[in-house]
Design a protein around this ligand. Structure first.
Ligand SMILES: NC(=O)c1ccc[n+]([C@@H]2O[C@H](COP(=O)([O-])OP(=O)(O)OC[C@H]3O[C@@H](n4cnc5c(N)ncnc54)[C@H](O)[C@@H]3O)[C@@H](O)[C@H]2O)c1
Ligand SMILES: O=C(O)[C@H](O)CO
Length: 324
C-alpha cells in the first residue's frame, strides 16, 4: 500500500511500516505543507500518517476520495475535522496515554520555572546582568502545600497532579466535564465549579482539548477572577488562552506568571512581548519530545495504520462511528 507521512517521524515507526512491505513517501522538511501540497500528496496514496500539525479540513477529505485511513502521531486532534472524516468514511486514530508522563513533566517544568523566574534569570546571566548574590532581588514563590487547579483532569492532568502532589504536597482541585473518581480516590482531588477553580488556584494548569467550547476559555474575565499571586500553565493548546488578555493580565500584575508550551499561532512571533517578561516561561511545543515517548508515538501511529491496512479496526480510533 502507498503511505504518505506528512513530516519525518522517528525511524522505528518508519521501519515498522517498511517491514510490512509498504511503499512510503515522506515530507522530510521543517516547512509544513501548504493545503494544496498536502492534498496533492495525499491524493496519490491510500493512507496518510500525520507527523506534524497539518490541518485536515472538510476540503481535504472531499479532495482525497481514495484515502482509506488517517493516523495521527499526536493525542490532540483539533487539527482534524472529525465529522468530515466520518462523513467520508475515513477512520482517524491518535496516540493517547503514552505521552502523558512526558507532557506532565513539561507542565511541572513550567510551573517550577515560573515560580523561580528561571528563564528570566538565565537571560540575565547571558546579558551580563548578574552582578552577584542579592538577598532581595529575583525572589520567586514556593509551591509547597499550595493549591493546584487542573482544567481538564484527563490522562495528562492526572499525571501532572500526581507529580505535583508527590513533590509539593499540593492540594488538587479540578474542573472537568465529568467527575474523575480515580483522581479523587488516589490524589484526594476535589471537584469544584469553574469559578472556584479560578479563585482558589495558586497554580492553574490547562489540560483540556481545544474545541469550539474551550476556545478562548481563559480570557480577561477569567484572569480577573484569579489570584494576583497565581501562575497559569498551558501545555494543552494555545487556542484555549486569549493571548492578548494574558499579556495584559501579566503586565498589570493581575496574574503573577505564566508558563506556556503551546501558543496560537505556532511558531510564535519572536517579537511577542510575552517572551521578554520576567514572569513568563515559554517552550516551543515540546511536551511529548523525549526519545522514548516519540519512539512510542511513532510505533503506535504506525500500528494504527497497519491495523487499518489489514482491514481491522484501528486500536486508537477517534471516530468509532465510522465502523458502524
Ligand atoms: N504540549 C504538548 O506537546 C501536548 C502533548 C500531548 C497532549 N497535548 C494536549 O493535551 C490535551 C489533553 O490530552 P489528554 O491525553 O490528557 O486528554 P484527555 O482526553 O485524557 O483529557 C482531557 C480532559 O479534559 C476534559 N474536558 C474536555 N472538554 C472540557 C471542557 N469543556 N471543560 C472541562 N473539561 C473538559 C475531558 O473530560 C478530559 O477529562 C490534548 O488534547 C492535546 O491538545 C499537548
Ligand atoms: O497532541 C499532542 O500529542 C501533542 O501536541 C504533540 O505530542
Amino acid at each position: 500500500m502507498k503511505i504518505f507521512i506528512t513530516k519525518k517521524i522517528p525511524q522505528k515507526g518508519i521501519d515498522l511500516l517498511k517491514s510490512a512491505g509498504h511503499d512510503i513517501s515522506i515530507h522530510d522538511s521543517s516547512t509544513p505543507l501548504s493545503e494544496t501540497e498536502l492534498i496533492k500528496a495525499s491524493q496519490q496514496v491510500d493512507y496518510v500518517l500525520n507527523g506534524g500539525m497539518q490541518k485536515f479540513d472538510a476540503n481535504f477529505f472531499q479532495n482525497c476520495p481514495n484515502l482509506k485511513a488517517l493516523s495521527l502521531m499526536s493525542v490532540g486532534y483539533d487539527n482534524v475535522d472529525i465529522s468530515a472524516a466520518t462523513q467520508h468514511g475515513i477512520p482517524v486514530s491518535n496516540t493517547p496515554g503514552i505521552l502523558s508522563g512526558a507532557t506532565a513533566d513539561v507542565a511541572f517544568l513550567l510551573m517550577l520555572s515560573v515560580s523561580r523566574k528561571a528563564f528570566f534569570n538565565h537571560k540575565r546571566i547571558l546579558q551580563g546582568e548578574w552582578k552577584g548574590f542579592d538577598p532581595t532581588a529575583n525572589l520567586g514563590i514556593e509551591l509547597n502545600n499550595k493549591t493546584l487547579g487542573i482544567y481538564g483532569l484527563g490522562r495528562i492532568g492526572f499525571e501532572f497532579a500526581r507529580k505535583a502532589k508527590a513533590a509539593y504536597n499540593m492540594e488538587i482541585i479540578y474542573y472537568n466535564r465529568s467527575r474523575n473518581e480515580e483522581a479523587e480516590q488516589i490524589l484526594g482531588a476535589r471537584y469544584v465549579n469553574f469559578d472556584d477553580l479560578l479563585t482558589r488556584s495558586d497554580v492553574l494548569s490547562i489540560h483540556a482539548a481545544l474545541t469550539a467550547e474551550t476556545k478562548n476559555r481563559f480570557d480577561k474575565n477569567t484572569f480577573t477572577r484569579m489570584k494576583n499571586s497565581a501562575i497559569l500553565v498551558n501545555t494543552a493548546r494555545g487556542g484555549l488562552v486569549n493571548e492578548l488578555d494574558l499579556t495584559e493580565a501579566l503586565q498589570t500584575g493581575q496574574l503573577w506568571g505564566a508558563g506556556l508550551d503551546v501558543t496560537d499561532p505556532e511558531p510564535m512571533d519572536p517579537k511577542n512581548p510575552l517572551l521578554t517578561m520576567e514572569n513568563v516561561c515559554i517552550l516551543p511545543h515540546i511536551g511529548s519530545a523525549t526519545v522514548e515517548t516519540r519512539d512510542n508515538m511513532a510505533l503506535m501511529a504506525a500500528s494504527n495504520l497497519l491495523a487499518a491496512i489489514k482491514g481491522e479496526k484501528m486500536p486508537q480510533i477517534i471516530n468509532k462511528e465510522v465502523y458502524q
